[in-house]
Design a protein around this ligand. Sequence first.
Ligand code: NAI
Length: 351
Amino acid sequence: MFESLLRDWDGEETVVRFDEPSGSWMFIGVHSTTIGPGMGGTRMKTYAEPADGMRDVLRLSSAMTSKMAMASVPLGGGKAVLAVPEIPQGRDRRELLLRYGDLVESLHGTYVTACDMNTGPPDMDVIAERCSSVLGRTEANGGSGTSAPNTAMGVFHGIGAAVAHAFGSADLEGRTVAVQGVGAVGAPLARMLSKVGARLVLADVDDVRAKELAEELEAEVAPADQIAEVPCDVFVPCATGGVLNPETIPNLRCRVIAGAANNQLSEPADAERLAARGVLYAPDYVVNAGGVIHLVSYEMLDEGDDEVAERLRGIGDTLSEVFARAQADGISTGAAADAIVAKRLAAARAA
Ligand code: NAI
């Protein structure tokens, strides 16, 4: 099974280790180092089969190459999966992470890790005891703190670029914006949108969270299972993946989609379905790059707030390029973004 997955993958390097003491599999995928070391988070998860963990690492590392290329940071794409029999805690977790840190260190900087599903800054602190290629440690240990507000700022610029393309002006005053999920990214984003005069409709599976924010911002609340169908100018997915799929797309009543959630499309063909419905879709990996920009800019490039702000504004510029290309070539925005990634990788290879 591993063999056939690897044969179908176009990345550079895969590391597979069985960790006997914990019964876990460690997978590291370095998809591309064309622009710089392959960076991406470490996902800790239980899988039915080890091959499912490997499939995730291959797919996600390739997505990171695209994200990094479009974020204009000097990094390539990578990802790691710790496929554990159950999520470990305490001493078992620490020892697993130390052994994993040794594995990452043995790659001599080809792969740079960070947090992902079920791993957080305290875990990065442990990995960093053994390994220097780690971003996202706790602030006490030299980390840069939560990236969510900068992710929100990047999405805000992305919404501006998308609205400018769709309506001829980036002005959000009086535009109706429906936000799905008002957590660490969605809430600060809603505040930014409210400040520039957008009319907000908010939804969250946590009713209280949505209601409290709606009161603060004088916004409306929609039921969580109906937010994607609310008539609006902009739909902003900031909750989970897979919200744009063959079942939901026919019921959308928005002109623009731009949000932070990862993997918003259930499959690449959904980009074509959205284009066919006249919905302008901002590819998720372009618009939600504020998180990686935050990490890379503060922790790897030693940049400050001004440089980060400039890079976040760049998300809007990159999206404008994607929309222009899609329009000029008569292709979906997803296909246009992929074409620009290929162009940037080819330019880096030729340099
Ligand atoms: P979070 O967990 O803080 O917030 C998510 C919110 O969505 C929660 O309030 C949750 O109750 C709500 N939610 C979950 N399922 C929902 C549903 N079906 N309908 C409505 N609400 C629902 O997560 P965070 O950090 O705000 O991230 C949001 C999305 O953005 C995630 O998909 C994440 O992967 C992505 N993202 C986050 C980045 C960051 O810097 N935090 C960076 C890039 C992407």
